[in-house]
Design a protein around this ligand. Structure first.
Ligand code: LLP
Length: 427
């Protein structure tokens, strides 16, 4: 049932060939699928009376090639650190379409953003406004938004919720000081205050959360209009669109939900009798998660005295942290050129020196042996971008595959890379 023949391929390239050419573990992306997801967002986040823009949240997965791809597909780009900003610029991403986020941007990062002429800075707090005031040159007119916290609790893992009232992100809509901060930003001629940003969390399956969020932000726009006369031209509703990791999940139906979000905004603007703002969204995971898989080689299997079957692969929590961190659940297929008639329930473990180093807690697979390969699916988001060098394990290569053609977008790390920044102890 699970048996995959040697002939099976990833977008036309055999797994054996991929493993031999690029080594394992290996992050694989179906390039056409990333591009198709970009177009799904662009073509469905539309409404006859509401202007819109789609921004890719690069924290999900960013390399220079990815920045170029996102530009080619016509999306804007969200960066959240000096490092992401640098990568985007090196990937020749147009700076005017960059959105710079972060709850604690340093003075250095803000100076880098100003120098690079980043299109929009999302101010996270009053402190950041004051910092920007102290460093923005006099003759600038920096486009900015303010991140607000509308206090909505989206139904997702606690670690990736972002707008509970005690979240570290943004300024609360329930604090009077937020309204006066908006007035102050809009009155300073060096700031071009265009509107509000709000993001309610990640991997959200409940579509009503998106509509509830849209209405809550618009009610606040109305309050701003009434109390301050400041014009809110744009609202950025963040990302969070849930994707299917296994058949047990039901991902967000983008074709249905995206236009409905815009219609919710339209209806709310009509009801509240305010001008319709332009609406921006920032998907990360939903663009790349399902386009990515990780290929491992099976090193060994082991049965414990209590009967637990381990399948050990040559990767670890260093390249796959989401199971250990969020109890995430993954699907995988075994790739072997043997005829296999029986199966076992396995715990897929890595090679890191830690008991929690588990990639899949329980999965039924054909009986595996050393030399088989395991393809863990839906690893395109928050895998490479969250990878570490724990145990001095080298990070895998990242390869885009497009109709049988492989493009290395990140080379496999070497041992030399691991010590590149190490400084010798003087004798
Ligand atoms: N915009 C902002 C301001 C965000 O903070 C995020 C994600 C996004 C957009 C994109 O959200 P997405 O569409 O990818 O759900 N490491 C966690 C996810 C953290 C998400 C943080 N912010 C994970 O692996 O599940």
């Amino acid at each position: 049932m699970f048996y995959l023949k040697k002939a099976n391929t990833f977008q036309g390239v055999s797994f054996q060939e991929l493993a031999q050419q690029f080594g394992t573990p290996l992050y694989l992306y179906d390039e056409q699928m990333i591009r198709a997801q970009c177009q799904t967002f662009l073509s469905n986040f539309v409404h006859p009376f509401v202007r819109s823009e789609v921004i890719y949240a690069s924290k999900a997965f960013l390399t220079k090639a990815m920045a170029t791809l996102i530009h080619q597909e016509g999306l804007s780009l969200d960066v959240v650190s000096g490092g992401e900003l640098f990568t985007a610029v090196q990937g020749k991403f147009p700076v005017n379409r960059l959105y710079f986020h972060g709850n604690n941007k340093s003075r250095k990062e803000l100076l880098e953003a100003i120098e690079a002429h980043v299109g929009t800075i999302i101010i996270d707090s009053e402190a950041e406004f004051l910092l920007l005031q102290s460093i923005l040159p006099n003759n600038t007119n920096q486009r900015v938004m303010l991140r607000i916290n509308p206090g909505i609790e989206a139904h997702t893992h606690e670690y990736i919720q972002t707008t509970k009232n005690d979240s570290k992100f943004g300024e609360s809509i329930f604090a009077d000081s937020t309204m006066s901060l908006i007035s102050r930003i809009s009155k300073d001629s060096r700031f071009d205050f265009v509107g509000l940003h709000s993001h309610i969390g990640s991997q959200i399956f409940e579509e009503s959360s998106f509509y509830e969020h849209s209405r809550a932000v618009l009610r606040y726009v109305k309050a701003i209009t009434v109390q301050t006369k400041v014009v809110v031209k744009e609202i950025n509703l963040g990302g969070g669109f849930g994707v299917e990791y296994t058949s047990a999940d039901q991902g967000i139906d983008l074709i249905e939900v995206l236009p409905k979000m815009l219609d919710t905004i339209y209806q709310a603007a009509m009801d509240l009798e305010i001008a319709i703002p332009k609406v921006l969204i920032e998907p990360g995971r939903a663009i790349v998660a399902q386009a990515g898989s990780t290929l491992y080689e099976v090193g060994s299997t082991k049965q414990t005295v209590e009967g637990k079957n381990y399948l050990m692969v040559d990767g670890s929590m260093a390249d796959h942290i989401r199971t250990a961190l969020y109890q995430a659940i993954y699907d995988a297929v075994l790739i072997s050129d043997r005829e296999i008639s029986s199966s076992s329930v396995y715990t897929v473990a890595g090679k890191a020196c830690e008991s929690g180093d588990v990639l899949i807690r329980s999965i039924q697979l054909p009986q595996a042996q050393a030399g088989d390969y395991l393809l863990v699916k839906t690893t395109g988001a928050y895998h490479y971008s969250m990878a570490s060098n724990y145990n001095r394990l080298t990070k895998p290569a990242v390869v885009f595959v497009n109709n049988g053609v492989c493009r290395v977008v990140v080379k496999k790390e070497t041992y030399a890379d691991l010590i590149r920044l190490d400084v010798d102890m003087e004798e």
